[in-house]
Design a protein around this ligand. Structure first.
Ligand SMILES: NC(=O)c1ccc[n+]([C@@H]2O[C@H](COP(=O)([O-])OP(=O)(O)OC[C@H]3O[C@@H](n4cnc5c(N)ncnc54)[C@H](O)[C@@H]3O)[C@@H](O)[C@H]2O)c1
Length: 332
């Protein structure tokens, strides 16, 4: 398969490295309108065919898939042109800048029998796979909350706020791990430096009795990547800054007991053992590339298709609306 990659800035070179490393890929074509980025790729990956004109990728009949790694505001136009030219697409997170754009791309891809892969990279990490397995086999019991913190200093984006930049990672993990349906979003945030929020807190309510919270921040002095998944039986901590014990499962919980004759509910805490399961450390992006190519070859939707991309975009959109209205609850 021949692949075109448009956008060779910060993230694009990782796509180049992983697509060139996949055995099903014959030639990688790269495109960036910035000549300095083309020179950078030329030095590191001399086998990549380079151009500054996107239309060169569209016109090339040997290219089956176009991967899009440009700023979010441009995803839709570039993705639409690729689908119209008959190419499958890989689109970086977040899928699009609005749900209307996502819906239009999904419809167009269906009509043209093409696949959309949305790069929700974290879904392809060994750690998130392990969390999913743990939840699916019922080890945590009924999941009642999901609580995530993703904060660090920088990189401010020009086109989107911190919610659109960082929260897609956690929202996509949540959507993958918890099968419950999100019902409403409430978000608060503040823009201290320019017109895009640099700190935000998102709260999600589910149809069932479950709650999720996300804290994203570009202005934190320390880098924190932590996530708690609370079940009624056990609770799980995912700390992505840990090298060895990324996941810890705690046999801790709370039980309500009614003592006979006394009508007060008594809360009993259970603090049992903790263990850290083994996690596969294969690079997530190489697994994502494999899934994207397999899905195209097997003519099926990938694990992270346009549908999963749209679900995340709907929550991002609702968050913006809520932030503008000082935490108003937005029903989905
Ligand atoms: N999956 C992940 O973990 C992850 C991580 C970082 C960024 N991203 C996503 O990747 C995308 C790109 O982010 P980035 O940080 O690499 O941005 P960037 O600004 O560093 O790079 C974008 C590049 O695209 C080029 N470009 C823009 N429009 C173009 C066009 N029409 N034709 C050709 N070249 C064009 C620019 O010249 C630039 O070199 C964003 O959607 C971002 O959210 C994903």
């Amino acid at each position: 398969m021949n692949i075109g990659i448009v956008g060779l800035g910060y993230w694009g070179p990782n796509l180049v490295r992983n697509f060139t490393g996949n055995s099903s890929v014959k030639t990688v074509y790269g495109c960036d309108k910035n000549p300095a980025r083309l020179r950078f790729i030329e030095e590191k990956f001399p086998n990549v065919q380079l151009t500054s004109e996107y239309s060169d990728l569209l016109k090339n009949p040997s290219i089956e898939l176009i991967a899009i790694a440009i700023p979010v505001v441009f995803h839709f136009d570039v993705a639409k042109q690729a689908l119209e030219a008959g190419k499958h697409i890989w689109v970086e997170k977040p899928f699009t800048a609005s749900s209307a754009e996502a819906e239009e791309l999904i419809e167009l891809a269906e009509k043209k029998n093409l696949q959309i892969f949305v790069d929700h990279t974290f879904i392809y990490t060994g750690a998130v796979k392990k969390i999913k397995e743990t939840v699916d086999k019922g080890e945590l019991g009924d999941v009642i909350y999901f609580d995530s913190v993703r904060v660090n200093l920088g990189l401010f984006q020009h086109d989107v706020n911190v919610v659109w930049d960082l929260a897609p990672h956690d929202l996509s993990i949540m959507d993958y791990v918890i099968s419950k349906k999100v019902k409403a979003v409430c978000a608060n945030g503040i823009a201290n430096y320019y017109n895009h929020e640099n700190i935000a807190h998102l709260s999600l309510y589910f149809e069932e009795n479950c709650f999720a919270h996300f804290h994203v921040n570009w202005t934190s002095p320390v880098k924190i990547r932590r996530m708690l998944v609370g079940g009624k039986k056990k609770m799980l901590l995912f700390d992505d800054m840990e090298n060895l014990e990324k996941i810890k499962i705690y046999d801790s919980g709370v039980e309500l007991e009614n003592q006979e004759g006394i009508y007060n509910a008594l809360v009993q805490y259970r603090i049992g053992d903790m263990y850290s399961p083994k996690v596969n450390h294969t690079e997530a992006l190489s697994m994502a590339v494999k899934e994207c190519i397999d899905a195209i070859q097997q003519k099926r939707k990938p694990l992270t298709s346009g549908i999963e991309g749209l679900k995340v975009v709907k929550i991002l959109e609702a968050s913006d609306q809520s932030i503008k209205n000082r935490g108003k609850i937005i029903e989905l």
